[in-house]
Design a binder for this molecule. Structure first.
Ligand code: 26W
Length: 788
């Protein structure tokens, strides 16, 4: 649209809806009108793209989570009018920056959901027909407050100011049938605006509603609660996102959610297909479905049920089509995250779907017998065994391709987690190293660095072709460029410091090293290792054994699952270490520790642009890929990390000499762990002992409100030294890696002193980030899995 027209559109929207002008509208009204103008502007292209996707071959991305983040800035950026709109608003004394905090669709927990959002963005930008399907939760991931050092969770009603970025499509509503309940699934569509293209992708999120709002018969006989019971029960299905990352709970509501969006999406996909093709015979030629982890795997028996029960296809033909249609991405090798359902529960909730699960299982057993496999082998792999439905096994068996999300992760799947499956079907396994969209994670979040890059390259082609950053490597020894680069980083650090002052009430110094760890809180991600290293260094500075320390601010951002006691203890611990360290006059100006509240996509945008050091310190073999590591690299931070997940490829791309790699590797851990006794290290190393001692010597306070969590530091200590009933001592090798971690951390700290030399490393990281564009990832899926 013409730019000045756009402002007129905003004005007329404001006027007709609120009777206000740009000058006197509230930020919410302004936001609503901008969104309205965008939605009107793209509606024609959007409809055309939807039709185009439907009439050709397309890929559908089924995901329980889509962590979209704020839409307004991204949409204006993708339309190429962000700066103009901001400029025009400024002429009226207003600014786009007023729209912060109004919307932020956080319908995901972490990496898996954010990856889905990056994929949609990349596919839209590159005209790849990919559409998303998920759940329109009323409450997304909780809002986190840190009170008295403890995490507290608050419901996040992301639609409290409305949802101008969605269109409700009543005409596409479908019914989802459970054993004793039928609910309506109503789709809300969000446009995914492709950067610099006519293509607009579609994200369809299903909302659960009652088929009958109100039961008059029950009301008549005075059962008022019962009269609305069906409504409540239906709406509960899409009420809230499960806030667990990497831990499966086996709750019935969760299975209801999984079936809800899987069944609704399939009903929709099949219906649209038949409308255009008139037959299901070519279904798998027109549709390919990517299952984002095991959460939507129930879609597999559901498609079998649809094809056979509803459309009368015979089992073998349906089997063939179903297997051809689906692909499965695995995002974790953590045993506790691999979904398993009680067969009895599934049968009770979804008897007919379960019947197909059993038929698939029989088909598998028969096939294995024909191959001469023994009973134990079959029991291990069968989709159903020991009264349990194993979703990952069903997924591999019933799909064309299975992929991991980083090279090392895919290797572990082949060698360990899915070893037997790999032996059976080696041709089904692929690697697709994750990526991030440079539109949000550079163009949007770091305008200053973007401007520098664009100027040096002579154009902004990198926004759609990130490999072009490699051309900038030639400036790695150019002092003027490096100084400008350093000035940009300083600006971003100042902006972050200002934000943290307002948002978290903490004062930090942009002149210090910003050492940042941002990700979900989990034992395997080892925030505890970072915390212990800070104690180690703090005492080292005090006793003089660590000299010439470059002043550093350690910044943490992380949400813990509400019921994850150890993770919550670590949050409290970091807060207590902060109290100790930040108030000590002896180390004042040298070390500062800050735990920011409510880390989310929008906060991440500010943090990644300001980091000097990117903490990626998971135990080798545990982090499937990580994507935060890529965001920080792209914004010119060095990685302080283990050879885990995508860190391996990051070091490969940027050169290991430009990262700080430490710790035991996967193959080493395999040998170490069976014999490992952390106590031996604790007893033999005074400095480790001193840091660890703080957990039990009573000088850090883990009491206070909320009660019931007292003694949690001692429990952490015990987990590290003695283990627990369910795991060996220090199962994530925190103590084992501590020395090599501190060494690498101090090396980075010392290197930072030579500003230009350090900036060169940062620069080369940025220049080498091309591979980690989700544009590359999505194109690889499109070519080698979706065959679009
Ligand atoms: C059933 C509970 C549950 C919930 C979420 C189990 C597992 C998950 C996800 C698989 C966890 C997740 O987000 N995994 C992350 O996926 C990212 C995208 O591929 C990777 O970059 C991260 O390494 C991985 O932890």
């Amino acid at each position: 649209m013409d730019r000045s027209n756009f402002i007129r559109e905003i004005e007329s929207g404001l006027n007709s809806k609120f009777g206000r002008g740009i000058e006197n509208a509230t930020p919410v009204q302004l936001h609503d009108s901008i969104a309205g103008a965008v939605m009107r502007d793209i509606s024609g292209r959007w409809n055309k793209s939807v039709e185009k996707h439907l009439s050709g071959r397309r890929a559908c991305y089924l995901s329980m989570e889509f962590l979209m983040g704020r839409a307004v800035y991204n949409n204006l950026l993708c339309l190429g009018i962000k700066d103009e709109v901001d400029g025009l608003l400024k002429e009226h004394g207003r600014s786009l920056s007023e729209l912060e905090e109004i919307e932020d669709a956080a319908l995901g927990n972490g990496g898996l959901g954010r990856l889905a959002a990056c994929f949609l963005d990349s596919a839209a930008a590159h005209d790849i027909p990919l559409d998303g399907y998920g759940i329109r939760y009323k409450y997304g991931i909780f809002r986190q407050a840190i009170e008295n050092g403890f995490q507290r969770e608050y419901a996040d009603d992301w639609q409290k100011y409305g949802d101008p970025w969605s269109k409700r499509r009543d005409s596409d509503a479908v019914e989802v049938v459970y054993a004793d309940e039928t609910v309506r699934a109503v789709p809300y569509d969000m446009p995914i605006i492709g950067y610099g293209t006519e293509n607009v992708g579609n994200l369809r999120l299903w909302q659960a509603e009652a088929v009958n709002e109100f039961d008059f018969a029950k009301f008549d006989c005075g059962s008022y609660a019962e009269a609305v019971a069906a409504k409540t029960s239906a709406e509960n299905i899409s009420m809230v996102l499960y806030p667990n990352d990497n831990c499966e709970e086996g709750k019935i509501l969760r299975l209801k959610q999984e079936y809800f969006f899987s069944a609704a999406s399939l009903a929709d996909i099949v219906k649209k297909h038949i409308e255009r093709s008139g037959t299901l015979d070519n279904f798998a030629d027109k549709v390919t479905i990517q299952l984002n982890d095991t959460h939507p795997v129930i879609a597999i028996p559901e498609l079998m049920r649809l094809l056979c029960d509803v459309y009368g296809m015979d089992f073998e033909r349906a089997f063939e089509i179903t297997r051809k249609t689906f692909n499965y991405t695995n995002h974790t090798i953590m045993q506790e995250a691999l979904e398993k359902w009680s067969a009895a529960l599934m049968e009770r909730l979804l008897p007919r779907v379960y019947a197909y699960v059993l038929m698939i299982n029989e088909r598998f057993i028969k096939e294995m017998y024909a191959l001469g496999k023994d009973r134990e082998f079959i029991r291990r792999l069968a989709p159903v065994s020991d009264s349990t439905v194993k979703m990952a096994d069903m997924a591999v068996y019933m799909s064309s391709y299975t992929n991991g999300v980083a090279k090392i992760h895919t290797d572990i799947l082949k060698a360990d987690t899915l070893k037997d499956w790999y032996g059976l079907y080696p041709e089904r396994f692929q690697n697709k190293t994750n990526g991030i969209t440079q539109r949000r994670w550079l163009a949007l979040c770091n305008e200053e660095l973007s401007a520098l890059i664009t100027r040096l390259l002579g154009n902004d082609g990198w926004i759609k072709d990130l490999d072009r950053l490699a051309q900038l490597k030639k400036y790695a020894d150019d002092e003027d460029v490096l100084r400008e680069f350093m000035a940009v980083k300083e600006t971003k650090k100042r902006q972050l410091a200002d934000f943290i002052r307002v948002h978290d009430g903490a004062e930090i110094d942009p002149g210090t090293v910003f050492d940042i760890q941002i990700k979900r809180l989990h034992e395997y991600k080892r925030q505890l290792l970072n915390a212990l290293s800070i104690l180690y260094i703090y005492y080292g500075i005090k006793d003089g054994s660590i000299k010439d320390f470059t002043p550093t601010t350690y910044i943490f951002g992380a949400k813990s699952a509400p019921g994850y006691r150890r993770a919550k203890a670590v949050i409290k611990l970091i807060g207590e270490i902060g109290k100790l360290v930040n108030s000590d006059p002896e180390t004042k100006g040298l070390i500062k520790v800050v735990f920011v509240q409510n880390y989310n996509v929008s906060y991440a945008e500010k943090l990644v642009a300001a980091a000097d050091i990117s903490e990626q310190i998971s135990t080798a073999g545990t982090e499937a890929s990580g994507t935060g590591n890529m965001k920080l690299m792209l914004n010119g931070a060095v990685t302080l990390g283990t050879l885990d997940g995508a860190n391996v490829e990051i070091a490969e791309e940027a050169g290991e000499e430009n990262e700080y790699i430490f710790g035991a590797r996967v193959d080493e851990l395999k040998k170490i762990m069976p014999e490992y006794d952390p106590r031996k290290l604790v007893f033999s190393d005074e400095k480790i002992n001193r840091a660890l001692d703080k957990l039990i010597d009573g000088s850090l306070d883990d009491g206070g409100v909320p009660s019931g969590q007292e003694g949690s530091f001692k429990e952490l200590y015990k987990a590290l030294t003695d283990g627990a009933s369910w795991h060996v001592p220090d199962h994530y090798y925190v103590i084992g890696d501590l020395n090599s971690y501190v060494e690498a951390k101090l090396k980075a700290n010392a290197d930072y002193r030579d500003g230009l030399a350090f900036a060169k490393k940062c620069w080369l990281n940025m220049c080498s980030a091309g591979k980690f564009s989700s544009d590359r990832t999505v194109k690889d899926y499109a070519e080698n899995i979706w065959k679009l």
